[in-house]
Structures are given as structure tokens and as C-alpha cells.
Design a binder for this molecule. Structure first.
Ligand code: HEM
Length: 395
């Protein structure tokens, strides 16, 4: 897809794209236009849902999370747990997380050759979430399976509920009526029942006991959808960033050596890892009025898709964008969105996880090689690596 994005940015940066998933949509591929769309929720609303697929009207309200909410309600729902996700608050977890990465890395290195996704990047983000939700470690395997089925729902290896017929009603309902989502709702509701009225400081307790600033408590549906979003949002995204970064370091041994010699470069390198990985290909908006963008006339009701992955390779912003360079300065990537109201709520957590993983991994290895075929996730939404066979030489 990268070549197609290059062509679109050059020849037709706001491009009408027919789709088998419903009506067509406008593909927005330049960095500056993506920023315009993301920062203007009055013109480009999230209320009509944010992925390429259509969602039936009756399902919209039933399955609306903060991602699909605008305005004061969105602000209130976001603020409800914003503090929990601040860099400052997350400091309390740093030792715990570092311990987790150490164990993960040590166990993997003892294997010599292994699938990096399976042994290192897959379980870690959900183990972290399990800690924030304060659920037993023994539940993490189940949470990981649910996460895979919910996001990777177009990959046959992840979902038995795979849709081979994009025109079908079943397709439209995904992932909202998949068996995995029902199970996640039940699991979340059970936690909510246990914690209602308590004084816990975990995310579930906060969601059920803290009142949003607009004075409207969460409805049962609000809770379901918030909980589901938390399970899904940080799982595959963080995993794929870690996998892509490892892959890029294997392909660029000099950069791996540089980070080993100068570990103080790792926090900055995390931003390049995120740009390089572009784990979320797109989010979608819907035009609330006729508006011109990039020389094209967009009509009220049209779908407008922000291709973050394309913006991350825009050479008017990133010099030589296909060069992976851990010393790149001011990497103002689009991987968490571009400064709009929906900017990734978990961005500080994701950054912390990725940094700690590589701060622990890089000093422990002298050499890294691919050891088999790299397989990608089939998805129009996450840029994922399914298997990454590696051979890492312990230091
Ligand atoms: C929103 C990417 C990790 C929770 C978003 C958005 C993107 C994104 C692109 C939408 C931005 C927009 O529309 O402007 C990522 C990536 C991650 C990551 C690439 C990892 C590398 C996480 C984590 C969590 C999380 C760890 C929490 C556990 C959320 C939530 C929203 C969101 C709750 C919705 C915010 C809102 O609608 O106001 N993320 N995310 N994300 N993310 Fe993340």
C-alpha cells in the first residue's frame, strides 16, 4: 500500500475511493490535510463511526464509545479517566512494567530462536492493561484472545467469525456482535458489579464510581463500550509497534548497534518506531456540511478517511521518509492522531511500554537476525505483524 499512498499524495491527495464495504469514501493522504480533518470535529464528525465499514443506525448508539462521541459528552467521558493515563500517574507503574519486560526478555532470550511476536510483543501490552484493570494475571490469556478477535477480525487466523462476504449484514455488525465482544461485555460487567461503591483506584472502579463532569453517570451501555475500547485500543497497537521496531532494527544493524552504545537515544527512537510502524492505518470521519478539502468538493454525509500511515511517509514533513533513522529529530508523527480531541488517550502508556521494552532488550543482545518468514496481519485497520521469527544473540 505504501506505493499507492505515495501516488495519491502526489497526484490526488484527497481522492474519491469506491469501496466494497459500503459507499465510497474520500481518502486523505497528505499530512497537512489529515491534521485539518482531525482538528475540526464540527465539520468532520466521529458520531457516524470511525472505521471504513458502515454501521447500522440501530447499532450506533448501542455501540458508541468515546471514539464515536463528539462535543461536551466526549470531553466529560475522556476526562473521567484522563488522569489515570497521564505520564505523571503512570510513573507509579514504571518499576512493575520494567520488571515485566525483564522477565519477558530473559525468557525469550533463553530460547535462542523464537517468534518475537509470540514470546515478546503479544502478551506484554495486555499484561499491562490487566494491571491497570487490576484483574488476575491468569485472565490475561483470555484478554489477549478477545483482543485479537476484536481488532484482527478480517484475518482468518484470528477470527472464526471471519466475514468472507463484505456485503453481508453480518459484516456490517462486526465487531459489535461478535462472540468475543459479548464475552468481553460480560467479563467487564462482572468486574463492575464487584467494584461498584468500593474505593478501588483501578480503571474499572474509576469508571463505575466517578461521575463525569457533565453530571451524567455512565449508562450500562457507556460502560460496556468504554471497557471494550480499553481492552482493544492498547493491545494490538502497542504489540505491532514493538514488533515493527524489532524488525526495523534487525534490518538496520548499525542502528541497533548505535542504540546499544548510546541507550540515552532510546526515548527519542521510540517516536521513530511509532512513525515507522504506523500501527493504525486509518480513522474515518463524516462531513457534517459541504466543504472543500485539497481542491475537492466534499458533500455533507460523505465519509472522509485519514490515512495516518500515509501522512507518516509525507516527504514534505519527514526528510527521506522511507529511511528508518533512530536519530531523527522532532518526529511529529500521526500514529496517535494529529492533535484533535480524540488524540490517543493511551499515548503516554504506549510510549512508556515501548521505551521500557527496548531499554531492557537492547543491552541484552549483541546480534539480531531474521530466522524465517515474516507474516503480516490481514487488516485494513491495523498494520500488524503476525509472526516474526528471530534469532537474538544474548550479550
Ligand atoms: C485513540 C493509536 C495505544 C487508548 C487512538 C487514536 C489513535 C490511536 C490513532 C485516535 C486518534 C484520533 O482520532 O485523533 C494508538 C497507538 C497505540 C495506542 C498507535 C500504541 C502504539 C493505546 C493504549 C491505550 C489507548 C495503550 C489504553 C490502554 C485509546 C483510547 C482512544 C484512543 C481510549 C480514544 C480517545 C478518544 O476518542 O478521545 N489511539 N493507540 N491507546 N486510544 Fe490509542
Amino acid at each position: 500500500a505504501w506505493g499507492q499512498f505515495d501516488t495519491l499524495r502526489r497526484d490526488s491527495p484527497v481522492h474519491w475511493t469506491p469501496s466494497s464495504l459500503g459507499d465510497g469514501y474520500w481518502s486523505v493522504t497528505r499530512y497537512a490535510d489529515i491534521a485539518t480533518v482531525d482538528r475540526d470535529p464540527a465539520t468532520f464528525t466521529s458520531m457516524k463511526f470511525v472505521n471504513l465499514e458502515d454501521v447500522d443506525d440501530d447499532l450506533q448508539d448501542l455501540r458508541r464509545s468515546i471514539l464515536e462521541t463528539d462535543g461536551t459528552r466526549h470531553t466529560a467521558l475522556r476526562k473521567l479517566i484522563q488522569r489515570e493515563f497521564s505520564a505523571r500517574n503512570l510513573r507509579q507503574y514504571e518499576d512493575f512494567l520494567r520488571g515485566l519486560t525483564r522477565v519477558t526478555v530473559d525468557n525469550a532470550l533463553a530460547l535462542g530462536g523464537f517468534d518475537f511476536v509470540k514470546e515478546v510483543s503479544a502478551d506484554f501490552p495486555i499484561q499491562v492493561l490487566a494491571r491497570l484493570l487490576d484483574v488476575p494475571e491468569s485472565d490475561t490469556g483470555q484478554l489477549i484472545d478477545w483482543g485479537n478477535q476484536l481488532i484482527g477480525n478480517t484475518d482468518p487466523d484470528y477470527s472464526e467469525f471471519l466475514l468472507t462476504d463484505p456485503g453481508s449484514d453480518r459484516y456490517k455488525h462486526l465487531p459489535f456482535r461478535s462472540p468475543a465482544s459479548i464475552e468481553v461485555f460480560e467479563y467487564g460487567r462482572e468486574l463492575a458489579r464487584e467494584r461498584r461503591g468500593g474505593d478501588g483506584r483501578d480503571l474499572v472502579s474509576v469508571l463505575v464510581n466517578r461521575v463525569p463532569e457533565d453530571g451524567e453517570p455512565l449508562t450500562a451501555t457507556d460502560f460496556d463500550n468504554y471497557f471494550l475500547l480499553l481492552v482493544v485500543a492498547g493491545n494490538e497497537t502497542t504489540r505491532h509497534t514493538i514488533s515493527h521496531a524489532m524488525h526495523a532494527l534487525i534490518s538496520n544493524p548499525a542502528q541497533l548497534a548505535l542504540l546499544r552504545d548510546q541507550p540515552e537515544l532510546i526515548p527519542g527512537a521510540v517516536e521513530e518506531f511509532l512513525r515507522w510502524a504506523s500501527p493504525v492505518y486509518h480513522f474515518r470521519r463524516t462531513a457534517t456540511r459541504d466543504v472543500e478539502l485539497g481542491g475537492k468538493q466534499i458533500r455533507e454525509g460523505d465519509k472522509v478517511v485519514m490515512w495516518f500511515a500515509s501522512g507518516n511517509r509525507d516527504d514534505t514533513v519527514f526528510d527521506d521518509p522511507y529511511r528508518f533513522d533512530v536519530t531523527r529529530k522532532n518526529v511529529d508523527h500521526l500514529s496517535f492522531g494529529r492533535g484533535g480531541p480524540h488524540l490517543c488517550l493511551g499515548n503516554s502508556l504506549a510510549r512508556l511500554e515501548i521505551r521500557l521494552m527496548f531499554e531492557e532488550l537492547i543491552p541484552r543482545i549483541t546480534d539480531a537476525h531474521l530466522d524465517g518468514e515474516v507474516r503480516r496481519v490481514r487488516s485494513n485497520f491495523v498494520n500488524g505483524i503476525k509472526t516474526l521469527p528471530v534469532r537474538l544473540t544474548p550479550a
